[in-house]
Design a protein around this ligand. Structure first.
Ligand code: CA2
Length: 170
């Protein structure tokens, strides 16, 4: 008897199958980094808060230090595009490192997207948001993330990656 499976469910099964096959043949983990609004300006503006390095330079060093991980970067200033990427990577990768920028403090929709996907999401901030304005002290996202790392400059991304690798061993 043929069972009826809806299209989204079929896509989900296919993604899960592909991921399992991938894991059997290689030990490479796929980690998606997602940067939100204005983070494309890193290295160009406000170096006293965000440092003087571009994210691309940071990513190059991180990838070289972790050859067993495939890191991919996505940046958008558009909330809906960030949600699309969270949905895609949330089913197609082993983990997400997310700096949602200013949307961290406002976005119910990004929170819902994180909650809806199986991949673990680590919330990351370059600056120590708790040492800044009060409105940065609350995150809409933290409660649905695997964990939060803030305040270590661009090294926050490496720490998030370490956390995901460690969590994957358990
Ligand atoms: O510290 C972080 O990583 C933040 O997520 C950065 C956001 C801010 O709204 C959060 O409260 C904390 C802002 C990103 C803006 O990035 C810029 C980078 C260079 C120059 C100007 C802005």
């Amino acid at each position: 008897m043929q069972t009826m499976v809806s299209r989204p469910l079929r896509q989900l099964h296919r993604l899960r199958k592909r991921r399992t096959e991938y894991d059997v043949h290689t030990s490479i983990m796929k980690i998606q980094i997602i940067n939100g609004p204005n983070l494309n300006l890193l290295g160009l503006r406000e170096p006293e808060i965000y440092g003087g390095q571009s994210f691309e330079a940071c990513l190059g060093k991180l990838q070289a230090a972790y050859p067993a991980v495939t890191l991919t970067l996505y940046q958008s200033n558009v909330e809906g595009e960030l949600i699309n990427k969270i949905q895609e990577a949330g089913y197609g990768s082993d983990g997400i490192i997310l700096n949602a920028g200013g949307y961290t403090h406002t976005s119910v929709a990004i929170r819902d997207a994180i909650k809806a996907v199986p991949a673990p999401v680590v919330e990351v901030h370059i600056s120590n948001v708790y040492a800044r304005e009060d409105f940065r002290h609350h995150s809409m996202l933290s409660a649905v993330c695997r964990g939060v790392i803030a305040g270590f400059g661009l090294d926050s991304y490496r720490l998030a990656l370490e956390a995901l690798l460690e969590a994957n061993k358990k």
